[in-house]
Design a protein around this ligand. Structure first.
Ligand code: PEP
Length: 247
């Protein structure tokens, strides 16, 4: 039985004060009884949000990481640096792939560095609208799984977020049927590499998840949670999505 996992991705949003207030509002509601809950926040807010969440069950994560431990890599943040603050990190988000040159190869390097640490990864995959229209969704996802997660020990420490790019931040959600069918496909691809261990890997759906559509999406058998962008910036909305995840 896979425990539902709802993670908020705050992206490049919130001032310092807003970040603390949002984390405090989420923590005050005491979520985490029926589902794992996390917030992935901008680097500068990690320390403040860690403090705000310290007596809660809400896990703290970052949104990216570099694979080298230290050195002349201006602007980058390493795994050991993050591990002092949080327990989770997003890797390969489509916005990193689209705007910052992330590839399956860099995803794999980051994933290996993260798995060698105490951090747990959320690895994002997903197809563009052009690829879906051209019936290339399966091919793209199979490649992202094969290349981005190749040769690592695929265990329940890894969460995979299936996020169709056309549904991220657009208000356009995959229908529950499409999301389920695609997440089941992703699990079958994971099984090719991990065998039955893939049954323990949680697959989140991401793409305009909100309080209205969460319950139906999260009730699908191969959708084990959600990676939530826009709707994670409002405590009440985010908490309703967490509520909807309870079995
Ligand atoms: C995301 O940031 O991963 C995401 C899915 O964003 P949104 O929920 O805003 O579509």
């Amino acid at each position: 039985m896979r425990r539902p996992f709802i993670a908020g991705n705050w992206k490049m949003n919130t001032t310092r004060a807003e970040a603390s207030a949002l984390a405090e509002a989420i923590a005050a509601a005491g979520p985490g009884a029926g589902a794992d809950v996390a917030v992935c926040v901008p680097f500068p807010h990690l320390a403040d949000v860690e403090r705000a969440l310290q007596h809660s069950r809400v896990r703290l994560g970052a949104q990216d990481v570099y694979w080298e431990e230290s050195g002349a890599f201006t602007g980058e943040v390493s795994v050991p640096m993050l591990a002092d603050y949080c327990s989770l990190v997003v890797i390969g988000h489509s916005e990193r792939r689209q705007y910052f040159g992330e590839t399956d190869e860099t995803v794999l390097r980051k994933l290996k560095a993260v798995l060698a640490s105490s951090l747990d990864p959320i690895v994002c995959i997903g197809e563009s609208l052009e690829q879906r229209k051209a019936n290339q969704t399966g091919e793209v996802l199979a490649r992202q799984v094969a290349n981005g997660l190749a040769g690592v020990d695929l265990s329940e420490r890894i969460t995979v977020a299936y996020e169709p790019i056309w549904a991220i931040g657009t208000g356009e959600t995959a229908t529950p049927e499409i999301a389920q069918e695609t997440c089941a496909f992703v699990r079958a691809e994971l099984k090719k590499h991990a065998g039955d261990a893939a049954d323990a890997i949680r697959i989140q759906y991401g793409g305009s998840v909100n309080a209205d559509n969460a319950r139906e999406l999260l009730s699908q058998p191969d959708i084990d949670g959600a990676l939530v962008g826009g709707a994670s910036l409002k405590a009440a909305q985010f908490l309703q999505i967490v509520e909807a995840a309870k079995p």
